[in-house]
Design a protein. Structure first.
Length: 243
């Protein structure tokens, strides 16, 4: 039942993407920085960072519209995306992007203002027909890696939002904050592999459990699919306060 609810929520989030896309825009935050405007995407990214200190990448598993799109695409290509050096591409993109934002802000000359609805039409992102040209271009960028490489490849390789949450999780761990994790009783694991098969990120959950690495994986989106699929109830959500 939990996964049906999760998939419904994340699908609805994707269907609302034409309305919300500007609140996740890597381009508008640069434009806003150049004008010293704290816009909607800036606020959303800060919230992602702060919440990830406690909840990890729950956003990716339950609310991200791009994630909802990729889980739909997973019906066409459900093989696990290869991990390794490709996972670092998103961090290179993120560092360059953050550098551009900082540079744009330093070079800006206006007073700092807050406008959550910057460049939207009364809060709606795509309100005119030409905006859909941009929208479907973004959709193509999000879909292509998942179609070519497999499960949520866009999340693994090029997502500009994921680094906020990965870094936020590490900061939370450094500060010894209580954090949500998928914990495992590996002594009860029968190595059936069902957890790995249902993972929307294509992670080898079975291997991570056997090696005790499941709670430390930065690519885990805390969706709980492995928890709900495990026949022995080896996995469970747990708020952990690590010292």
């Amino acid at each position: 039942m939990r996964q049906k609810i999760r998939r419904t929520i994340i699908l609805i989030s994707f269907l609302l993407f034409p309305i919300t896309i500007y609140y996740f825009s890597p381009a508008l935050i640069i434009q806003g920085a150049a004008q010293h405007i704290i816009n909607g995407s800036f606020i959303v990214f800060v919230l992602m960072f702060v919440l990830s200190m406690f909840l990890g990448r729950v956003w990716c598993g339950y609310l991200c519209p791009a994630g909802g799109l990729q889980e739909c695409v997973g019906r066409c290509n459900d093989k696990p995306a290869k991990q390794g050096w490709r996972d670092n591409i998103k961090y290179v993109i993120w560092i360059i992007w953050i550098g551009i934002i900082v540079t744009a802000f330093i070079m800006g000359k206006n007073e700092v203002t807050i406008d959550p609805f910057f460049q939207t039409d009364h809060g709606i992102s795509i309100s005119e027909i030409y905006g859909y040209v941009i929208y479907y271009g973004v959709i193509l960028i999000l879909v292509a890696p998942a179609l070519i490489h497999g499960k949520r490849a866009t999340c693994h390789y090029i997502c500009w939002m994921a680094p906020f949450m990965v870094i936020g999780s590490k900061v939370g761990r450094f500060l010894h904050l209580p954090q949500l994790h998928v914990e495992a009783d590996k002594s009860a694991c029968v190595s059936c592999g069902r957890c790995s098969k249902v993972c929307p990120m294509g992670l080898d959950v079975k291997e991570m459990v056997s090696e005790g690495k499941n709670s430390k994986c930065s690519e885990c989106i805390q969706c709980g699919a492995c928890i709900d699929e495990c026949p022995k109830k080896v996995l469970k959500y747990k708020m952990v306060w690590r010292r």
